[in-house]
Design a protein around this ligand. Structure first.
Ligand code: MCN
Length: 742
C-alpha cells in the first residue's frame, strides 16, 4: 500500500455533493453575525452609536461589551525573536489599525438582517496617516538576528561579492471556501462548541481557550469538511473569537460565514517581504558567506503565527548550499494593513527566491555557468548543520538538479547556461533553474487505533485534511502495516473531543509526523493482537507472525484473521487472564524537523510587442522522502506549482498610499485558470529521512517554493540578466523590453 497510487477515497463524496462545509450546517435557533468594519487604515475611534432596534436585530456588541470575556490573541515566543506586545484584539476599542478591522458584531435573525443592521451602527473616527511601506515604518513588531560562522572573515577573504535587493508582494490565500464558524454554548456543562472552517481542531481550541480565558477541555472544536485553506486557516479569525464570546454572552447559537469581500479585506495575507542580500565567493565560485537584511510587512498586529514565515525565511537563507558563514537580520515592521501569516510555503519561497536570484546573478558576474555554479556549492553530506542552526537530515541535491535540468530541457534549449542579450524575433525566450530546501515535520502528532468487533479499524489522527487527501494516504499507511484492506480502515479527523491531541496540519508535516504516529500505533496494536493470537493458537507470542493480514504460529496449522481476533477480543470469556478487553493502541510521535528539497526548471517566452509572459514548461523535481501515494503527491506538487505561477504572473495584493486595499475582489486580484497552466513535468528523487519510521518528508508546499525562483530566473534570463520582482505583468515586462531596446 505504501507507494501505491490509490485514487482519493474522499473524492466520491466531494463529487456527489455529499460533503458538509461550515455554511451547510444549520442549528435550531441559530442567529447570524455580521461585522462593522473600519473603513480607515488608521484612525482613533471617538464614539460608537448603536441602533436601539432594527428588523430582526438581536444585539450589537462592541469591545466594551466583551470586557472581561475576551483577551487579545495569544502570541507564543519564537526562537529568540523579540516580539512586541501588540497582539490582535478581538474587536477594536479606541483605535483601528487597518481597513477591514472588526469594530462591532451585529447579531440578527438572518445574515441579511444582520448586514442591514450593521449599516445603522455609526462609528466616529478621527483618521490618521497610514504607514504602508515597510521601509517607512518606525515600529518593529518583531526583531530577530543570527550569525553563524566567521562572516566578516568570509567577506574579507572573498574574491567576489555580489548584491541583490528583492521584494515579494503580499498575496491572498483565496481558498474556495472562505472562513467561518458556528458557536454554541451549553451552560449546564459550560462547554463552548465551535464548528470552524480550520486546518485542524487543536490550534483553534488552544487559541479560543486563551482568548476566552477558560480551560481547553471546556472548548470543543469541530472541523467540518473544509474547502481549502493554504495556510490561511491556521489561526482563528478574530471574528470567530467574537462569535464564540457572543454565543456565551447571549446564550444562543451563532453563525458567521465570511463572504468573499470580507476574506479579501480581513483574512491574513501571505509573503510581503523585502531583502538586501549579499554573497561572498572565492575565485572559483565557492560560496564563502552570506549576509541578509530582511524586512517583513507584518501588518497592524501580531496574530498567533504572524512572526513565523519571516523567521522561516531567515533560517533557510543559505538554502541547499554549503555556505559556512551567514548573518541574517530581520525586522518585522508594523504597517496599517491586515496582518500577514503563513500562506503555502510560508517563508520558504521567500528565501528560495532571494537566494536563487542572487546565485544566478553571481553566475552572470563571475562568468560561470549557473548550473555549474550551483553544482560546485551543493551540500552533499548529511546530516548537515547550517550556519543558521538547522540540521538537514537527508537529500540528494545534485540528482534533483540534474533531473530538473534534463526534464526542463535546459541543456538543449538555446540559452542554456548563458544569459546573453535578448534574442531577436517576436518573442524573447528564457530558461531558469532554482533549488530549494524546505523545513517540514518537527514537533509531535498522535494516533489512536481501535479494531472494532466488526473487524474494521477506526484510526483517529491528530492531523486534519483540508484538501490534501489524508483520508486515503493515512489509510494506506495503516492498511500497509496491519496487512489489512483499505476499506477495513475508517479514518477519523477534526473533532477535538474525539481525536487525540496534536499540533496541526501545516508546514507539510502531516505525513511525516501524524503518519509516523499511525505506524507506531499499528506496531503496538500488532503486539497486543499477537499476544491474543498466541493464546488462541496455544503458542508463544514470539512464535506468531502476521502476514497477509493473518496471524499464524510457526507450526502453521491454523490462521487467525483480524476479524477472528476482533470477535474474540470483545468476549471477555475467551481472553487470556489480565488481557484488556478489545484491541486498541495509541501513540505519539515526536522528532526534529525533516528537510524536503528539490530543483525546479522553467522555460518562458515574452511577447516583444505586448510584454505578455507565457510560461511554456515547468519541471518540478522534489524529494519528499518515501512517498506514500505518488498520485496524490504529484497532485500536491502540481497544485503548489500553479500557486507559484499565479504569484509569478498575476497575483499581488495592492494597497494605495492611504492603506486601502485596491485589489479587494476577484475583479482586481486574479487567480490563474486551467487555461493558463503550462506543461508541468514532475519527478520524485526520494531520499528517505532517517528521522521517522516511514522515511517520509513533506510534499505539500514544494511546488510553491521551487517554481517561483525558477520562473523568476527564466524571466531574468529572457531579459539578458535584468532583475525584476514578480508579478511579471505585461506592462512591467513591456517596459523592460522597451528600455533594453532603447
Ligand atoms: N504525500 C505523500 N508522501 C509524502 C508526503 C506527502 O504521499 N512523503 C502526499 C499525501 O497524499 C499527503 C499530501 O501529500 O496527504 C500532503 O502531505 P504533507 O506534505 O505531509 O503536507 P500536509 O498534509 O501537512 O499538508 C499541509 C500542506 C500545506 S502546509 C498547505 S498550505 C497546503 C497543502 O498542504 N494547503 C492545501 N496542500 C493543500 N492542498 C489542498 N487541496 N488544499 C490546501 O488548503
Amino acid at each position: 500500500m505504501i507507494g501505491a497510487s490509490v485514487t482519493r477515497r474522499e473524492d466520491a463524496r466531494v463529487l456527489l455533493g455529499q460533503t458538509r462545509y461550515l455554511d451547510d450546517l444549520e442549528h435550531a435557533g441559530l442567529a447570524h453575525v455580521a461585522f462593522v468594519r473600519s473603513p480607515h487604515a488608521r484612525a482613533s475611534i471617538t464614539g460608537i452609536d448603536v441602533p436601539k432596534e432594527a428588523d430582526g436585530l438581536v444585539a450589537v456588541l462592541t469591545a466594551t461589551d466583551l470586557d472581561g470575556l475576551v483577551a487579545p490573541f495569544p502570541v507564543p515566543p519564537l526562537d529568540g525573536a523579540e516580539l512586541a506586545d501588540e497582539p490582535h484584539p478581538v474587536l477594536a476599542r479606541d483605535e483601528v489599525r487597518y481597513a477591514g478591522q472588526t469594530v462591532a458584531a451585529v447579531i440578527a435573525r438572518t445574515r441579511a438582517l444582520a448586514e442591514d443592521a450593521a449599516e445603522l451602527v455609526r462609528v466616529f473616527y478621527a483618521p490618521h496617516e497610514a504607514v504602508v511601506d515597510v521601509r517607512n515604518s518606525d515600529v518593529a513588531l518583531m526583531r530577530w538576528e543570527r550569525r553563524g560562522g566567521d562572516v566578516d572573515g568570509a567577506f574579507a577573504a572573498a574574491r567576489h561579492i555580489v548584491h541583490g535587493s528583492y521584494a515579494l508582494p503580499r498575496l491572498v490565500a483565496a481558498p474556495i471556501e472562505t472562513r467561518g464558524a458556528i458557536a454554541e454554548h451549553d451552560p449546564g456543562r459550560d462547554l463552548i462548541t465551535v464548528w470552524c472552517s480550520a486546518q485542524d481542531p487543536h490550534r483553534p481550541r488552544a487559541q479560543l481557550a486563551h482568548i476566552l480565558g477558560r480551560p481547553d477541555d471546556s472548548v470543543r472544536v469541530i472541523v467540518p469538511d473544509v474547502g481549502g485553506a493554504f495556510g490561511s486557516k491556521g489561526v482563528i479569525a478574530p471574528e470567530v473569537a467574537a462569535v464564540a464570546a457572543a454565543a456565551i454572552k447571549l446564550g444562543m447559537p451563532l453563525k458567521w460565514a465570511e463572504d468573499r469581500l470580507e476574506n479579501f479585506l480581513a483574512a491574513y495575507q501571505g509573503r510581503g517581504i523585502e531583502g538586501d542580500v549579499e554573497l561572498a565567493l572565492d575565485a572559483d565560485g565557492r560560496m564563502l558567506g552570506l549576509r541578509a537584511r530582511l524586512w517583513a510587512d507584518l501588518g497592524a498586529y501580531l496574530l498567533s503565527t504572524t512572526a513565523i514565515p519571516p523567521h522561516t525565511a531567515a533560517m533557510l537563507m543559505t538554502g541547499c548550499y554549503a555556505i559556512p558563514a551567514a548573518e541574517v537580520k530581520l525586522v518585522g515592521a508594523r504597517t496599517h494593513k491586515v496582518p500577514t501569516g503563513p500562506y503555502r510555503g510560508a517563508g520558504r519561497p521567500d528565501a528560495a527566491y532571494m537566494l536563487e536570484r542572487l546565485v544566478d546573478h553571481a553566475a552572470l558576474e563571475l562568468g560561470i555557468d549557473r548550473i555549474e555554479l550551483r553544482r560546485r556549492n551543493l551540500i552533499r553530506r548529511f546530516p548537515h548543520r547550517t550556519p543558521m542552526g538547522h540540521e538537514y537530515d537527508s537529500g540528494d541535491y545534485e540528482r534533483c538538479l540534474d533531473l530538473a535540468v534534463e526534464l526542463g530541457g535546459l541543456r538543449t534549449s538555446r540559452q542554456a547556461g548563458d544569459q546573453a542579450t535578448p534574442s531577436a524575433g517576436d518573442t524573447v525566450t528564457g530558461t531558469g533553474v532554482a533549488m530549494y530546501v524546505e523545513r517540514a515535520g518537527g514537533q509531535w502528532e498522535s494516533a489512536e487505533i481501535e479494531l472494532g468487533p466488526s473487524g474494521r479499524f477506526v484510526v483517529a489522527s491528530s492531523a486534519c485534511p483540508h484538501g490534501q487527501g489524508h483520508e486515503t494516504t493515512f489509510a494506506q499507511i495503516a492498511a500497509d502495516r496491519l496487512g489489512a484492506e483499505l476499506d477495513q480502515i475508517v479514518m477519523r479527523f477534526g473533532d477535538s473531543a474525539t481525536v487525540p491531541r496534536g499540533v496541526g496540519t501545516f508546514g507539510s508535516r502531516s505525513v511525516a509526523m501524524a503518519g509516523s504516529a499511525i505506524v507506531i500505533a499499528t506496531e503496538k496494536l500488532i503486539e497486543r493482537a499477537r499476544a491474543l493470537a498466541a493464546h488462541l493458537l496455544a503458542s508463544e507470542p514470539g512464535q506468531v507472525q502476521l502476514a497477509g493480514g493473518c496471524f499464524t504460529s510457526s507450526r502453521g496449522e491454523r490462521a487467525l484473521s483480524w476479524t477472528d481476533l476482533a470477535r474474540v477480543a470483545y468476549e471477555a470469556v475467551g481472553l487470556p487472564p489480565g488481557m484488556e478487553i478489545g484491541l486498541r493502541a495509541a501513540a505519539r510521535f515526536h522528532s526534529p524537523p525533516v528537510f524536503s528539497s528539490g530543483a525546479h526548471a522553467a522555460v518562458v517566452e515574452i511577447e516583444r510587442d505586448t510584454g505578455k509572459l507565457r510560461v511554456v514548461r515547468v519541471a518540478a523535481v522534489d524529494d519528499a522522502g518515501t512517498v506514500i501515494n505518488p498520485l496524490l503527491a504529484r497532485g500536491q506538487v502540481v497544485g503548489g506549482v500553479v500557486q507559484a505561477l499565479g504569484e509569478c504572473l498575476v497575483e499581488e495584493a495592492i494597497y494605495d498610499d492611504s492603506g486601502q486595499n485596491r485589489s479587494g475582489s476577484f475583479m482586481d486580484y486574479s487567480l490563474l485558470t486551467a487555461a493558463e497552466i503550462p506543461v508541468i513535468v514532475t519527478a520524485e528523487v526520494p531520499s528517505p529521512s532517517p528521522l521517522n519510521p516511514l522515511g517520509a518528508k513533506g510534499a505539500g508546499e514544494g511546488g510553491t517554493v521551487g517554481t517561483l525562483p525558477a520562473v523568476a530566473n527564466a524571466v531574468a534570463n529572457a531579459l539578458g540578466g535584468l532583475h525584476l520582482d514578480p508579478p511579471y505583468s505585461d506592462e512591467k515586462l513591456w517596459r523592460a523590453l522597451q528600455d533594453a531596446a532603447a
